[in-house]
Design a protein around this ligand. Structure first.
Ligand SMILES: Nc1ncnc2c1ncn2[C@@H]1O[C@H](COP(=O)(O)OP(=O)(O)OP(=O)(O)O)[C@@H](O)[C@H]1O
Ligand SMILES: [Mg+2]
Length: 345
């Protein structure tokens, strides 16, 4: 592994073993150089480092240094009690193993060397109407409270995600205008409708454009340069654009209706999209189908569930941002945001 010094450092302080191995292999997969440090080097590099990972086994020693608070510190380990005890004193976000392992890559994708590359998160629905677009819009709106974010609708049959945010009357470019783009597309934000701090790349009502691979990749690349977070809503139609969206994403989140048919449908979505490192969130989780059953059936981690929120359907009808939902739903979305690396400045 390369050794980096200075402001783009990714510091890892964890004893040799599972936690350290997982962090290093996630970093290697993202091609992000890391530096394994002892206490002295950690203290020295604390302010300037881009990301800091602390293994739970080292948490107490680090906390003993009473270092000044900073962003982008992650406490990684297995023991929930240790994680809870030390996350506040360290000002650290928690990555609980084993289920959080899938998020290490997402955190690293948002914090590697060089100019920070915005995470690209595709939100897939495991079955129809399960809340994927609502989650996508909420993540984008919450992310925009900290940094410019973008929401990209690649759902050819979804009716336009601008409707969900009440932006159908807002001026600015939509897909048909953008679909001629190739290669480097300049700073896009000024051409797009911006709602609640979210730049929207939406379908227009009318003939559907052919979002072949090139424009999609070029537009996502451009959005990634000008925003801190890019959320994709590929929808349920098995189009090339939808499959391409999950391929271009640094993280795929699959919303699964926690029932037998919902899981069976989600399995088909995974089979057709074949996303790398997808994680699942449950909707309408009842007593019948547990998170571990879903994880076993799908072969991916279940990282949480989305609470039922009776305000969301009405808000969507009125074109009000889904962030005006109840606290529990918002909190669940904030957690997802943190884990995909969009929850920081
Ligand atoms: N957590 C929730 N609680 C209650 N209602 C919700 C929740 N999430 C979404 N909804 C509602 O469910 C309906 C479908 O949501 P949404 O359009 O986000 O689903 P989708 O998975 O994108 O659907 P599609 O398959 O059509 O793309 C909407 O009325 C939305 O407001
Ligand atoms: Mg949808």
């Amino acid at each position: 592994m390369l050794v980096a010094n200075g402001e783009h450092d990714v510091l890892v302080m964890a004893e040799a073993g599972e936690t350290q191995d997982l962090i290093l292999s996630a970093a290697a997969a993202q091609d992000v150089p890391t530096r394994i440090v002892g206490l002295e080097d950690l203290v020295q590099g604390w302010r300037a480092a881009e990301l800091v990972f602390i293994g739970a086994d080292e948490a107490e020693r680090v906390a003993g240094q009473a270092l000044p608070p900073r962003d982008q510190v992650f406490l990684v380990g297995r023991d929930p009690e240790v994680l809870t005890t030390w996350s506040a004193p360290l000002g650290a976000r928690v990555i609980a193993l084993p289920q959080g392992a899938a998020w290490l890559g997402a955190v690293l994708a948002g914090g590697g060397t060089g100019p920070r590359r915005a995470p690209v998160v595709a939100v897939l629905g495991g079955s129809g109407g399960v809340g994927a677009s609502t989650l996508a819009a909420t993540l984008a709106c919450l992310g925009a409270r900290r940094q410019p974010s973008a929401l990209v609708d690649t759902d050819l049959t979804g009716g336009g995600i601008d409707l969900l945010l009440g932006a159908e009357q807002s001026g600015g470019w939509r897909w048909p205008r953008l679909s001629g783009a190739e290669g480097h597309v300049g700073e896009l934000r000024r051409y797009l409708p911006v709602v609640e701090g979210v730049s929207l790349v939406s379908m227009a009502r009318g003939p559907t454009p052919d979002l072949a691979r090139e424009p999609l990749a070029a537009i996502i690349g451009s959005l990634r340069r000008g925003h801190g977070l890019v959320i994709l809503d590929p929808g349920r139609a098995l189009t090339q654009a939808a499959r391409e969206s999950s391929r271009l994403a640094s993280q795929v989140v699959l919303v699964v209706h926690a029932c037998v048919r919902g899981v069976a449908a989600a399995r088909e979505v995974l089979r057709t999209h074949q996303p790398e490192g997808a994680v699942a969130l449950l909707r309408r989780a009842g007593p019948g189908v547990s998170a571990s059953m879903v994880a076993d059936a799908l072969g991916i981690e279940v990282v949480g569930s989305l609470p039922q929120d009776g305000r969301l359907p009405g808000a969507a009808e009125r074109g009000e941002p889904p962030t005006r939902s109840g606290k529990a739903y918002r909190r669940a979305c904030e957690e997802v945001l943190t884990l995909v690396g969009g929850g920081h400045e």
